[in-house]
Every structure is written in C-alpha cells, then in structure tokens.
Design a binder for this molecule. Structure first.
Ligand SMILES: Nc1nc2c(c(=O)[nH]1)N[C@H]1C(S)=C(S)[C@@H](COP(=O)(O)OP(=O)(O)OC[C@H]3O[C@@H](n4cnc5c(N)ncnc54)[C@H](O)[C@@H]3O)O[C@H]1N2
Ligand code: MOO
Length: 418
C-alpha cells in the first residue's frame, strides 16, 4: 500500500498546511464579563456604543478661555467658575472670561483653549473688591490642549473585529468605551494522554530503568501559557487495551486529543495502529529534528495529535503544529511566532540530515546585531535545552557544521504583552 506521506517525513510547512486544512473551528460562543476575557477570542465585532470621551476635555490643569489664538503675555481674564472631572461648569463662557479647569474635565461651551497653569498667575481682587482675575505671564504655544470628543472612538466605530485574541490593551479599551461584557468563542477542551511503561510520577521511588514523568508537566504548563489549559489527562502504560480505552474516553469528552510517546516504530508503540483503528492517520513522521515521529489524524471526529515521547520533540511539535490548530479550533486568527534573522554567536557542530529547530538564547551585540547562542547538547531527550530558550533557530536540512556569524532565520519564543 502506498504511504500517504514521503518516507523521510513531511516538511513542517506542509504538515502545518495539512493540519490546518483538516481543522474546522468550533462554533460555540459564550458571553463573559471583561474580567474573564483575557486571552479569549472575540466571537463577533464589537462597536463603540457612544463616542469616547464624548465631550471636549482638558488635557492640562489650567484655565479655559474663549480665545482661538494664543494670547499674548499681559492679557487678563476674569475668573467666573470651575470645571472638574465629573463636575462640569454649567455656564457658557464669554469673551474675557476664564474658568479654572482640571485635566480630564469638560470644556464649557464657548471655550476654545486651555492655558496650562504654568503660563498664568491668578490675581486676587484688590481692596475695592471685584472678581478674581487671571493674568498671562508666560508664552502660549499653538496647542489648545483640548482632547476631541471622539479621540478614542466615535459612536459605532468598530473597536474590535471578530476572531481577535484579547489582550490587556483591547480589554482596557473596551472598558473605556463602556463595554462590560462580550461574546467570545468557546475554548477547545484538550485531552492529554501520556503513555509509557517506564514512567513514574516525580517524587515517587524509581525502579530499574524507570524515569520520572515530565511531559505531562511540560506540556500542561506550555499549553496553559498558550491559553489552552488541559482539561483531562490520563497516564497509561504501553498496553493497547488500556490505551484504546483512554483514547476513546478522551475523544468522547474533549475537542482535541493529544498524546505523547509510543508514536515511533518500536514494538510497544501503539499510538499509530490505534489511531488507524479508531479513526484515521492523516500523516505520520515529520522531516524535522526534533520531532520526527509525530502523527496527526482523527479519532472519530476529533483531531488527534500524537506527539513524540522525547520531551523536547513533544514541546517543539506542540508549538509548531498543535498550537496553530488550537488557535484555529477556537476560531481565532492563527498567529505564528515572529521570525527574525540572527547570527550564530559561536560555531555550531552538526551533521546534515533533517531540518532542525535548535534552541538558542537571544543576545544583542554592542552594535545592536542579534546573536543566537546555542548552549549544550541539542538531544531531544534533554529538557535543559529548552530552559531559557528565546529562539528556535531554523537550520536547513543540508547545513553541516556552521561557522560563527552564520545568518539564520529564527522563531522568537515570545507572546504579546498587551
Ligand atoms: N528505529 C527508530 N527508532 C526511533 C526513531 C526512528 O525514526 N526509528 N525515532 C526516534 C526519535 S527521533 C524519537 S523523538 C523517539 C520518539 O519515540 P516515541 O514517540 O515512540 O516515544 P517513546 O519511545 O515512548 O519515548 C521516547 C523517549 O522519551 C521518553 N519519554 C516518553 N514519554 C515521556 C514522558 N511522559 N516524560 C518523560 N519522558 C518521556 C522515553 O522514556 C524515551 O526515552 O523515537 C526514536 N526512535
Ligand atoms: O525527533 Mo526525535 O525528537 O529527533 O529525537
């Protein structure tokens, strides 16, 4: 039977294309208060209900006057009132009059300019009584220091399209425009299956040849950081009946099923035959280091990701293939990691073979050039190679050892702050 994939494995780009082509976004949505929307995806466009700020507001603490042009030093006004944030001056300002105004307070009708208080000096009425007055002592510039009523938004402006991941800035802006809640897409429920006869929980005593289970902790934390907490997890031995049972349960309860381990070609690697039995193998094997034994397919109707058992390979393929799929399942834009060009800080010994995503630290040289520092073994079993990594260096398949200074593309392991 012809294999539906090249023998050496699928190039990463092609694998990502096939994964995304097979993923249909979930249709559910829910309305949540803003405080619970961080990291979620907008399910519909949001428009400003009203203009914001909605009135002309002072940008400075000072005095509002009717003068359109900057007044000259020595000019005087009589002080007739005050406008504070939330306590506007009710009257109409006339020529020759000024009011005290605070930052953020509404300008009264007739006012055309605010004089920052540093430019004027108030004068008390003399012995004969009369109004308090104001005298121009400084040199006014052209800025009238007035914030336009529609500076942030006009009524009906689109504040946000559908399909956008909500960060602090978007949520803050929605609040500033009076929006209290919003419709967001439901999140995919992620089921995680961890398999391996050799695995014991961290903290438990190890028998001969046993290792402490780490992929559960690693993947759960990574997925949580990406905004997709794992909703169910099973740890199962390399036993086909137990694995079949766990896969069926996870597929029943979750929108996407992810496994780690048991996906290469050994005689206790059950994931692929079980996927073929319970659903369909879309493709198996990537032309990638780390991450060659990777399976994608369907478990019944659910997308399935068989990540390798080696921890680094599991984390890298989760970032490269599972994360885009989760973004698409949620109905959001699939946002790739930013790519940039960096130079190797030191020579890198390697053999040509598979395209590699090497873990590196980002350093900035004195002249501002971006440098990649690859430290220690890049074995896919060594989780330490992920620790502190800022970059995944994209090393082409045909590249052998690389000299210091070699320019390479790299993916920046950073999420947006705002
Ligand atoms: N003949 C071949 N052998 C292997 C190939 C191959 O192409 N031909 N590929 C190698 C590569 S590359 C990788 S990566 C591994 C992945 O194999 P599996 O996905 O089947 O994973 P396992 O064999 O179950 O485990 C590999 C390794 O990782 C450890 N492991 C597994 N699960 C966990 C866990 N939850 N926490 C911590 N460590 C875990 C496991 O003990 C093994 O050491 O296959 C190569 N072999
Ligand atoms: O793909 Mo494996 O992760 O190279 O060791």
């Amino acid at each position: 039977m012809a294999e539906p994939f090249p023998r050496e494995g699928l190039p990463l780009e092609e694998a990502r294309r096939r994964v995304l082509a097979a993923i249909t976004p979930l249709t559910g949505r829910e309305r949540l208060p803003l405080g619970r929307c961080l990291g979620r995806v907008s399910a519909e466009p949001v428009r400003a209900p009203e203009a914001v700020p909605g009135f002309r507001a002072s940008i400075m603490d000072g005095y509002a006057i009717t003068d359109a042009e900057a007044p000259s030093p020595g000019r005087r006004w009589s002080l007739v009132g005050r406008s504070a944030p939330g306590a506007p001056y009710g009257g109409v300002l006339a020529e020759g009059e000024a009011i005290r105004i605070l930052t953020g307070a509404p300008l009264p009708e007739g006012a055309q300019r605010v004089l920052p208080q540093e430019l004027v000096s108030p004068e008390s009425p003399g012995a004969g009584g009369g109004a308090e007055s104001l005298r121009m002592t400084g040199e006014a510039g052209p800025n009238p220091w007035i914030r336009a009523p529609e500076e942030e938004a006009a009524a009906g402006d689109e504040l946000l399209p559908a399909g956008v991941r909500l960060g602090a800035a978007a949520l803050g802006r929605l609040a500033s425009c009076g929006v209290a809640s919003l419709a967001v897409s439901v999140q995919p429920r992620v089921g995680l299956l961890i398999s391996g006869d050799e695995l014991v929980a961290a903290g438990a005593a190890r028998g001969p040849g046993q290792i402490w289970e780490s992929n559960g902790t690693l993947l759960r934390a990574l997925l949580e950081r990406l905004g997709y907490p794992v909703s169910e997890q099973r740890v199962v031995a390399d036993d086909p009946a137990a694995l079949r049972q766990a896969l069926l349960e996870l597929a029943a309860d979750c929108d996407v099923v992810v496994s780690t381990g048991g996906v290469s070609a050994g005689d206790s690697d059950w994931i692929r035959p079980l996927l073929a039995e319970l659903g369909e193998v879309g493709f198996w094997k990537l032309f990638l280091k780390p991450g060659r034994p990777f399976a994608f397919g369907r478990l019944g109707p659910r997308p399935f990701f068989g990540l390798p058992g080696n921890p680094v390979a599991a984390a890298v393929t989760a970032l490269q293939l599972l994360w885009p799929a989760l973004q698409q399942l949620e109905g959001g834009e699939v946002v790739p990691l930013p790519r940039l060009k960096v130079r190797l800080a030191s020579a890198l010994k390697r053999g040509a073979g598979r395209p590699e995503l090497a873990r590196a630290r980002l350093a900035v040289a004195g002249d501002g050039a971006l440098l990649a520092q690859v430290e220690g073994s890049q074995a896919s079993s060594r989780i330490g190679s992920l620790q502190g990594a800022d970059l995944l260096l994209e090393i082409p398949a045909e590249a052998g050892s690389l000299a210091a200074g070699t320019e390479l593309w790299a993916q920046l392991l950073r999420l947006p702050l705002l």
